[in-house]
Design a protein around this ligand. Structure first.
Ligand SMILES: C[S@@+](CC[C@H](N)C(=O)[O-])C[C@H]1O[C@@H](n2cnc3c(N)ncnc32)[C@H](O)[C@@H]1O
Length: 282
């Protein structure tokens, strides 16, 4: 299934008139955001660490030429872009419909496949490898923190004993059906170091943005959302972030926070846990 962009109108409204601006789209996916930005007259530099999106990126390249550049790398590498050279930085986190619906990639318990879950298949550790590598308590922490699994230590012990190699083997080890989706999600977050990635990228956004530049994040997990909320709170307080120069006024102002409307949720139930937050550099 082609990915339906989430909160796209909210992101566009929050960015305002982007004609002639240069936007970093940190999560290209199916190019839903990128195309809209390009159509509105912006220049776009897009990141995605999934090699499977490269053909879509090449198509867009043909159409928009040097107004578009694609970087097939994790967005933590935004620190390699030129400083103070960008108007806006946008993140639409989590995974795409193409990833979850591709039965061979191991993200979904609906399809039998090797227990992989890597967004970037050039990295080494699959979910099956991670279960083997971690100690019982490290694995339990992941299940508890990212999946809110109450009996996380017991579950971790079962996984360490059985060492599932496939999605169906993992699914069949989980006795409580309500725990299946959260356990798959927790492992995916750990395999892809999703929280580390967003923390690292946000710590570099300040150096990239020109005055008047916006940073907008769409999140899908409460911990991810908390990281973004706390980071933006620090930026919008005077002296809140020791890495920012000490000034008498805050360097950022908060923009509105949005969640999907009922209308969007009817069209796209996968948008259900989304939150959009933004700040503007003054
Ligand atoms: C929710 S989708 C983005 C959808 C996109 N906004 C659209 O409208 O088509 C998230 C995408 O971000 C990519 N991604 C997630 N974390 C990433 C990271 N740390 N670095 C680079 N790409 C990442 C995933 O591979 C996926 O393709």
């Amino acid at each position: 299934m082609k990915h339906i962009p989430v909160l796209l109108n909210a992101v566009k409204d929050t960015l305002g008139d982007i004609h002639g601006r240069t936007i970093v789209d940190c999560t290209f996916g199916a190019g839903g955001y990128t195309r809209e930005f390009l159509e509105s007259g912006a220049n776009v530099i897009a990141f995605d660490r999934d090699v499977n999106v490269v053909p879509d990126a090449k198509e867009i390249q043909k159409q928009y030429g040097d107004r578009f550049r694609f970087i097939n790398a994790p967005f933590s590498e935004i620190n390699q872009l030129d400083q103070n050279d960008f108007d806006d930085v946008v993140f639409d986190l989590g995974i795409s419909s193409m990833q979850i619906d591709n039965g061979a990639r191991g993200f979904s318990f609906r399809f039998d496949a090797p227990l992989d879950m890597r967004m970037d298949t050039r990295t080494k550790l699959t979910a099956a490898d991670l279960i083997k590598k971690l100690s019982d308590s490290e694995l339990a922490d992941i299940l508890y923190e990212y999946g809110d699994i109450k009996k996380s230590y017991m579950m971790a012990k079962i996984l360490k004993k059985e060492l599932p190699e496939t999605t169906f083997q993992l699914r069949d080890l989980i006795k409580n059906p309500n725990d299946v989706a959260p356990i798959f999600q927790a492992l995916r977050i750990a395999v892809n170091d999703e929280m580390g990635q967003i923390k690292s990228a946000l710590s570099n956004v300040h150096n990239l943005l020109r005055p008047g530049g916006r940073c907008i994040c769409v999140t899908f997990h409460s911990i991810e959302d908390r990281i973004v909320k706390n980071t933006f709170r620090k930026w919008t307080e005077v002296g809140g972030d020791p890495r920012l120069p000490t000034v008498k006024v805050a360097e950022y102002k908060p923009l509105r926070t949005m969640v999907p409307s009922n209308e969007e949720l009817v069209k796209n139930p996968r948008a259900r846990s989304a939150h959009m937050r933004g700040v503007i550099k003054v």
